[in-house]
Design a binder for this molecule. Structure first.
Ligand SMILES: *Cc1c(COP(=O)(O)O)cnc(C)c1O
Length: 848
């Protein structure tokens, strides 16, 4: 065979689909479950060990392998039996009732559509940039584990995010390798007659066809759209070429495809989700298309359709600064969506723009995607406790005169999918302690099982991690040096770098200025002393990309490269290029300490630090994002004072010095203080506490259970109620809000009386409601919380008959005399059964 001359064949004709047993292999190869479940690894290793090691992409292995090899392994009855068993157990696993089915057997929730601009599932499908995609990918995987009925909706990029090369000057080069769809673990979606499912959208001047693809993620499906169809107007074919590249115009078109095209795809598949989860504002246009499809089904106008459907929409915001929101110039919205608004939604451009503006009447104001998402959702959440608070401040302008604590943004703290990020050794350790199915249900019992592990077993486990990461970085760095044109001696020397016995710090993340990746470099000589201490040395592994348009971020990389090139530093600091999921896995599995130095409160959550937990790594982080709620002195180390200081350079200096102090006085001594068995007992205790307490809490298992219980289930119920009877409740809500809008300006408070009545202040207030139905509002006494506690809200009850031609009503309530009566103010707010104020009606009137 090998001597024969190759012959040409049509591209997709290469698959040996007719080989008996091929189907079984294809079914396994096309399931992204292989990115976290390693049961099938040996199958791919047996087919092509080198290719498997390089790509970890079973689908590539299956396409590349020769017919002879395939027939050979499949002819072996033992291999055949093994693969058939694997497929059977995979099918059984996806049919068996999981946590969701067991906990909510009668739930009306049948489908959550999760929209995201990026998904990080595995290196085999590089359609992500970083944290946001990580959150999306890990949540799909946990939904699969838990049986929560989620489907993902995203875009298939022809190039994805850029790949990084560091040249000999330490400068970043951005490269865009092509994502060959034939080699990605995706399948085109076809109609029963074999026709490729394509979704049509009207873009300015041209209709566009979107090709539809499916990705299997365990029991969950992810659908992807791309615009690279031969039938399309050529400039439109490139809309889905890169992630976070291109001009605002391209970004908006991508968001149209994601939101409008994505919802239309679900309709074409006959999928009717009760819940639509918008992962960041990029996906907000789904709100419009969902309303449009409701209009089509019910004949209702847009405002009614939006009022009915928004109850089923959940918006998760990931941004901690106002500048981070996606905004578009009004002219661009007009260009891309003006026709859609008037022809399909039946609203004016002004109506559309108003949905994305703080002040609907300001013609200069940009269209803010996060605002649209808020106005189109029934609930909003941030991604950590602190980020919830930050987001309430960011969105406060949409809720004028409401106390900031009542701005309707809750939080669900992110987590990571532990089975994806644990090492093989960690998987063994956790399986022994907590069982094989430990991430498939509730996790509350894990803490005590991990706590029972001995010092010796934990320390052995940690040392194995150190050895593995040192081996990995040596190999990787020596190849990188050779590829970037360094002398062969330098590449050879890299094979001896680092020492598994030395304390290893890891720092890998996007090089954005707010993350302060150069904080450690503030005093290079002090850092150098710390690294090269002869008794207690330290080694540091770094990685990270800066956005190709971010010059400052790239300068920070170069600054590190110059430091590393100093001969005395070379053996102690390594910068690995092209930070991606593979690299992240190796680092989080092996380092002793994970560093994180953002400027508080700009890291909404951060997830990389969560990935070290399961592997016994310890966090040293600014008290920001998830760490602000995770940190206690026995689980890791904290930087900063838990306050915000803006971008004050003096603060950076102080925190850099605090970081050196912490390393010198606490981290390094604790690591090197050993008992008679050579074990650092205090270190191991800290590691054990971190593993036991934080791993379950910061796993996506917990996150997805919270989303399900706090958001998906109530949203599904609310949507089902509002959608009933072709949207009658929607009609009611629109009328209710219209009445509020019309009457609000005329409403006022009259006399207020306070009298002592036993242990209470008895309040009586008069309210002039014009002729608004008193059932449309609620009168309350409000007092700020004491000592940072929650505010007090006491409902006042309507008493007696209306006076003054039915416009004056009297309300009464009593409050304890523990606080002075002057602490309380009466206020009037909208009220409607099942409606969240101020999210859906932000009117408010204060008595003073
Ligand atoms: C986890 C991860 C991230 C996100 O990490 P942060 O802590 O949010 O910076 C980014 N990129 C990759 C490759 C990751 O694995």
């Amino acid at each position: 065979m090998n001597n024969e001359t190759p012959v040409s064949q049509p591209l997709y004709g290469l698959l040996h689909t007719d080989v008996e047993g091929f189907d079984v292999l294809a079914e396994m190869a096309l399931d992204m479950r292989s990115s976290w479940n390693h049961a099938t690894d040996r199958v791919w290793r047996q087919l092509d060990p080198d290719l498997w090691e390089l790509t970890k992409n079973p689908w590539v292995v299956l396409q590349t392998v020769s017919r002879e090899k395939l027939e050979g392994v499949l002819a072996d009855p033992v291999f055949r039996k093994k693969t058939e068993d694997l497929v059977q157990s995979r099918r059984d696993a996806s049919q068996a009732p999981a946590w969701f089915q067991q906990t909510y057997p009668h739930s009306s929730l049948t489908c959550v559509a999760y929209f995201s601009m990026e998904f990080m599932l595995g290196e085999a499908l590089p359609i992500y940039s970083g944290g946001l995609g990580n959150v999306a990918g890990d949540q799909l995987k946990a939904a699969s584990d838990l049986g929560v009925p989620v489907i993902g909706v995203g875009l298939l990029y022809q190039q994805g995010y850029f790949r990084q090369l560091i040249d000999r000057d330490g400068a970043q080069q951005a490269l865009y390798p092509f994502n060959d769809p034939g080699q990605l673990p995706i399948t085109p979606l076809r109609r029963p007659d074999g026709e490729w499912l394509r979704i049509q959208l009207d873009l300015p001047g041209h209709a566009i066809w979107l090709r539809a693809w499916q990705v299997q993620v365990g029991r969950v499906k992810l659908y992807l759209l791309d615009s690279n169809d031969a039938a399309n107007y050529p400039p439109y074919r490139g809309i889905t070429s890169e992630l976070y590249g291109g001009a605002p115009h391209q970004r908006l078109m991508q968001e149209v495809i994601l939101g409008v095209g994505g919802w239309r795809l679900l309709a074409a598949l006959g999928i009717e989700p009760e819940v639509c989860h918008l992962n960041e504002g990029h996906a907000a246009l789904a709100v419009l298309e969902r309303a449009r499809s409701f209009m089509q089904q019910t004949g209702q106008p847009f405002d009614v359709a939006l009022a009915a459907t928004r109850a089923g929409n959940l918006f998760t915001t990931h941004t901690a600064v106002a500048a981070g929101f996606d905004r578009f110039a009004p002219g661009l919205i007009e260009h891309c969506l003006g026709g859609y608004a008037s022809n399909q939604l039946g609203i004016t451009l002004q109506d559309l723009l108003a949905l994305g503006r703080r002040n609907p009447d300001d013609p200069a104001e940009d269209f803010n995607m996060a605002y649209l998402a808020i106005r189109g959702s029934g609930a909003v959440n941030g991604v950590s406790h602190l980020h919830g608070k930050v987001s309430r401040h960011l969105f406060a302008p949409l809720f004028p005169r409401w106390p900031v604590d009542e701005v309707p943004v809750a939080h669900v703290t992110n987590g990571v999918h532990m089975p994806t990020w644990d090492s093989a050794a960690a998987d063994d350790l956790w399986t022994r302690a907590c069982g094989k199915d430990r991430w498939l249900g509730t996790t509350e019992a894990h803490e005590q099982h991990i706590r029972a592990l001995s010092d010796a077993s934990l320390w052995q486990f940690r040392q194995a991690g150190s050895r593995a990461v040192v081996e990995y970085v040596r190999d990787r760095l020596s190849r990188e040096l050779a590829a970037s044109g360094e002398a062969p001696e330098a590449a050879d020397a890299a094979k001896q770098l680092f020492d598994p016995g030395v304390l290893t710090l890891g720092f890998a993340r996007r090089f954005a200025t707010y993350k302060r990746p150069n904080l450690l470099l503030h005093d290079p000589e002090r850092l150098l002393r710390l690294l090269t201490d002869p008794e207690r040395p330290v080694q540091l592994i770094m990685a990270g990309k800066a956005h190709p348009q971010d010059r400052e971020g790239q300068a920070l990389i170069q600054q590190w490269m110059h430091f590393i090139r100093r001969p005395e530093v070379r053996s102690r600091v390594i910068f690995l290029s092209d930070y991606d999921m593979h690299l992240a896995e190796h680092l989080v599995q092996g380092v002793d300490v994970w560093l994180n130095t953002p400027r508080r409160p700009w890291e909404a959550s951060g997830t990389s630090g969560m990935k070290v937990l399961v592997n016994g790594g310890i966090n040293l982080s600014e008290l920001d994002g998830w760490w602000a709620e995770a940190y206690t002195p026995d689980v890791g180390w904290a930087l900063g004072d838990g306050q915000e200081h803006g971008d004050d350079p003096a603060r950076d200096v102080a925190e850099a010095n605090a970081l050196y102090d912490l390393l010198e006085r606490e981290v390094i001594p604790e690591f090197y203080t050993r008992d008679e068995q050579g074990i650092p007992a205090a270190w191991v205790n800290r590691m054990r506490e971190s593993m036991a307490r934080l791993t379950p809490r910061f796993s996506t298992n917990r996150t997805v259970r919270e989303y399900t219980e706090q958001h998906y289930l109530p949203a599904a119920a609310a949507y089902t109620e509002r959608a009933a009877g072709k949207g009658v409740i929607g009609v009611e809500l629109v009328e209710w809000r219209r009445a509020l809008d019309q009457k609000w300006a005329a409403i006022r408070f009259g006399d207020v009386k306070v009298e002592p009545e036993g242990e209470q202040h008895a309040f009586e207030v008069q309210v002039y409601l014009d002729d608004l139905d008193p059932k449309a509002v609620r009168v309350e006494l409000y007092a700020d919380g004491t000592d940072g506690g929650v505010p007090e809200r006491v409902e006042m009850l309507r008493v007696g008959q209306p006076a003054n031609g039915k416009s004056r009503y009297t309300y009464r309530a009593g409050v304890p005399t523990a606080r002075p009566a002057t602490d309380y103010t009466a206020r009037l707010i909208p009220y409607h059964d099942g409606v969240a104020a101020p999210l859906e009606a932000a009117h408010i009137l204060w008595q003073r």
